[in-house]
Write a protein that binds this ligand. Structure first.
Ligand code: 5RP
Ligand code: MG
Length: 221
């Protein structure tokens, strides 16, 4: 993929396989990246990844495992089913992340990448260690539960995203995004916007994905 505008990634966090597949088939051609969401992976396992790969042979498919341990095995299991990228939680150890990276690259070669999911406490020193072992994607997350508890995207989040970009990360952002929230990130070199409910629970998911893309083009084009 050549990098021009921030990418649009849809997260499939459904509780059943048929719902996730239906949502994927509605918007798969209109987004750049398709995520097998944590909620659905926990319910149905990496069969979801395999189906998405068959439906969309040329798209980047992400397994949002938020892997905390056994990185090599979890990455292997998802990569053989077709995941290009897999997430590790930021509190995972460096050996876990290294093992995950090695496994995913063994199978997906240059396409294979690990993304670090930033939740709770983490430091820029840790972030530098992730870069040092060859992980250059981070996902800045507003957790669903934090948003439900009244948190919102604010200056401190934007400053952290900017700092990670300056360090050399490709930074995706996620958590309760909708078309209106994209403008908060104007001026920041966001790698991908990851939207779940903002697309999949819209009255017309395909139209919502198209509107996300139009807004990305309006702001970053
Ligand atoms: C939750 C996730 C979700 O996939 C991500 O936050 C996108 O979902 P939504 O846009 O519905 O908040 O990883 O942990
Ligand atoms: Mg997710």
């Amino acid at each position: 993929m050549t990098k021009n505008l921030p990418y649009l990634q849809v997260a499939l966090d459904h509780s059943t396989l048929p719902e996730a597949i239906k949502a994927a088939s509605l918007v798969g051609h209109d987004v750049d990246i398709i995520e097998a969401g944590t909620v659905c992976l926990l319910q149905v396992g990496s069969e979801l990844v395999e189906i998405l790969r068959k439906l969309y042979p040329n798209k980047i498919i992400v397994a949002d495992t938020k892997c905390a341990d056994a990185g090599g095995t979890v990455a292997h299991n998802n990569a053989i089913r077709g995941a290009d990228w897999m997430t590790c939680i930021c509190s995972a150890t460096i050996p876990t992340m290294q093992a995950a990276l090695k496994s995913i690259k063994n199978i997906r070669e240059d396409r294979g990448e690990i993304q670090v999911e930033l939740y709770g406490d983490w430091t820029y020193e840790q972030a530098q260690q992730w870069l040092d072992i060859g992980i250059s994607q981070a996902i800045y997350h507003q957790s669903r539960d934090a948003l439900l508890a009244g948190e919102s995207w604010g200056t401190k989040d934007l400053e952290r995203v900017k700092k990670l970009v300056e360090m050399g990360f490709r930074v995706s952002v996620t958590g309760g995004l909708n078309v209106e929230t994209l403008k908060l990130f104007e001026g920041i070199d966001v790698f991908a916007f990851i939207a779940g409910r903002g697309i999949t629970e819209a009255e017309n998911p395909r139209q919502s994905a198209i509107e996300f893309k139009q807004e990305i083009k309006r702001i970053w084009g």
